[in-house]
Design a protein around this ligand. Structure first.
Ligand code: MG
Ligand code: MG
Ligand code: MG
Length: 306
């Protein structure tokens, strides 16, 4: 039986491409690995796979009795429900350390860089495993996506270096143009329900016993969010909060303005807004905020610890 290589729930481009690229790495090392995902590709990821002629990983929602490598997370809340009945072999990630554990030694590569695929690129070099043109293109897109075209505060020199080297392999010369094409695909809201939009990139966190769900939509312009749609998103967020959460947040990021509008449903809205140095009002604007992992989650964790 192949070892599964699995990204997080509500998979984003990094999570899906990391399953593919880490599988390439493990196979290059002689490990029988298989890329899987906890969902089908969102529009941005579909664009990337199509653009470079790659197949989406098979969808898997149960891993009991299987051996698993995790990519792009280490939080139980983002793993399949029966993850505790699987055997964890390793983690490649770029987030805060989560709460998964193991019963035997694990191979972990976790770095504070902008993208899991940056870590995976470094590991390909380390182990001397080749990356083909199509995979390099997709890995490049994952880095452009996670670092928001290198503008996110999570972006490091290592991300830029990896992206440059991957671009050379993929034969991509204009990284910004490719990135904008990708973010335009991501900004396509047509045909999606408000619930789809919130869950497109949504993560649950256990913050000192409170369940906090945070969605993020990165758009080329917040003008795409009409007042009607904004009201619908708020209604849906209230419902999602009601499904056993202390708070549900939607971070609407304007990648050109380099800031985010926050929609919020919470048992304690003042505490959540306050943690982000904002006050509850008609429009909560968070200037400069582009990264959930670096500019939202840590401040909420802090506030909920207190
Ligand atoms: Mg991710
Ligand atoms: Mg990532
Ligand atoms: Mg992201």
């Amino acid at each position: 039986m192949s070892v599964l290589v699995l990204g997080h729930k509500n998979p984003d481009t990094d999570s899906i491409v990391a399953a593919l690229s880490a599988t390439n790495l493990y196979r290059g090392r002689g490990i029988d690995a298989k890329a899987v995902a906890q969902g089908t590709p969102a529009p941005e990821t579909a664009f990337v796979l199509e653009r470079f002629g790659l197949q989406a990983p098979e969808v898997v929602t149960s891993v009991a009795g299987q051996e698993v490598y995790l990519v792009d997370y280490s939080d139980l809340a983002q793993a399949p429900a029966d993850f505790k009945d699987a055997k964890l072999l390793g983690i490649i990630d770029h987030h805060k350390l989560g709460d998964v554990t193991s019963d035997s030694p694990v191979e972990c590569y976790i770095q504070p860089v902008g993208c899991s695929n940056t870590v995976i690129k470094i590991l390909h070099d380390f182990y001397g495993v080749k990356i083909d043109k199509a995979l390099a293109g997709a890995m490049l897109c994952a880095i452009l996506s996670d670092t928001v075209l290198f503008k996110s505060p999570t972006c490091t020199e290592q991300d830029k270096k990896a992206a440059q080297e991957l671009a050379e392999i993929a034969g991509v010369t204009d990284l910004q143009a490719l990135g904008m094409e990708m973010f335009k695909a991501k900004s396509n809201l047509a045909g999606a329900t408000p619930r789809d939009l919130i869950f497109r990139d949504f993560k649950d966190f256990d913050m000192s016993g409170s369940k906090i769900g945070i969605g993020q939509l990165e758009l080329v312009s917040l003008d795409l969010i009409t007042p009607e749609l904004k009201a619908q998103l708020q209604d849906e967020l209230n419902k999602i909060k009601g499904e056993g959460r202390h708070s549900a947040l939607l971070v609407l990021t304007d990648i050109m303005e380099e800031g985010s509008e926050l929609l919020l449903a919470s048992d304690d809205a003042d505490k959540v807004a306050g943690a982000l140095k904002a006050t509850v009002s008609e429009k909560i604007w968070l200037p400069g905020v582009m990264s959930r992992k670096k500019q939202v989650v840590p401040f909420l964790e802090q506030a909920f610890k207190a």
